[in-house]
Design a protein around this ligand. Structure first.
Ligand code: SF4
Length: 166
C-alpha cells in the first residue's frame, strides 16, 4: 500500500499550498508513489487518517486551530510545517505585540462574534514537529526534497534557512 500524504491549513494565505500545486510535474511523478488522502485546496477527498506524512501550513490563532493541530499530530506519523506562518507565526504574529481586542473592535462591525487568541504562534509551540521548511512562500524544490526524503526515510537535504531568515 502506498504511503499517505495529507496537507492541512491553519491561519495563512494559502501561498505555500499553491507552491505545492505549482509542482505539477513532480506531483505527477509522486502520485504513483503516494496516496494524497487529504488536500482540501486541490480535492474534495478528506480521509480521516492516519497519515504517513502531514504538511501543515499556517499558524495557530484560534482555540479551534489549537485543537485541530493536536488532532492532526495524533493522526500523523510525520508532521512537517511549511512556511513562515507555520514555522514562526507569520505576519499575523504582529498581534503578539499589540492589543488584539482593540484590533477586533476597529476591524469588525460585530467583534463579539469574532473568537480569536491574543497571539499567533508557530505549530511547534503546540505539538512536536518533525521538520520545519521555512520561507514565505516556501521553495518548490525544497518542498519536493522534503516530501521525497520523508517518504524514503532519510533526512531532508535542505539548509537551515531558505528564503526568509527567521
Ligand atoms: Fe502565505 Fe507566506 Fe504564510 Fe506561506 S508563509 S502561507 S506564502 S504568508
Amino acid at each position: 500500500m502506498a504511503p499517505t500524504l495529507a496537507v492541512f491549513k491553519l491561519a495563512s494565505c494559502d501561498g505555500c499550498q499553491l507552491t505545492l500545486l505549482d509542482c505539477e510535474d513532480e506531483l505527477l511523478a509522486l502520485a504513483g508513489e503516494v496516496d494524497i488522502t487529504h488536500f482540501l485546496e486541490a480535492s474534495s477527498a478528506v480521509a480521516p487518517g492516519p497519515y504517513d506524512l502531514s504538511l501543515v501550513e499556517g499558524s495557530v490563532t484560534t482555540a479551534e486551530d489549537a485543537e485541530r493541530i493536536r488532532a492532526i499530530r495524533a493522526a500523523s506519523r510525520h508532521l512537517v510545517t511549511i512556511g513562515a506562518c507555520a514555522t514562526a507565526g507569520g505576519i499575523q504574529a504582529l498581534r503578539n505585540f499589540a492589543d488584539v481586542d482593540e484590533y477586533r473592535r476597529v476591524v469588525y462591525a460585530h467583534p463579539e462574534y469574532v473568537a480569536t487568541l491574543a497571539t499567533s504562534t508557530p505549530v511547534s509551540a503546540h505539538v512536536d514537529v518533525d521538520f520545519e521548511l521555512r520561507g514565505c512562500p516556501i521553495d518548490r524544490r525544497q518542498l519536493i526534497e522534503v516530501i521525497t526524503a520523508f517518504l524514503a526515510g532519510r533526512k531532508p537535504d535542505v539548509p537551515d534557512h531558505s528564503v526568509c531568515f527567521e
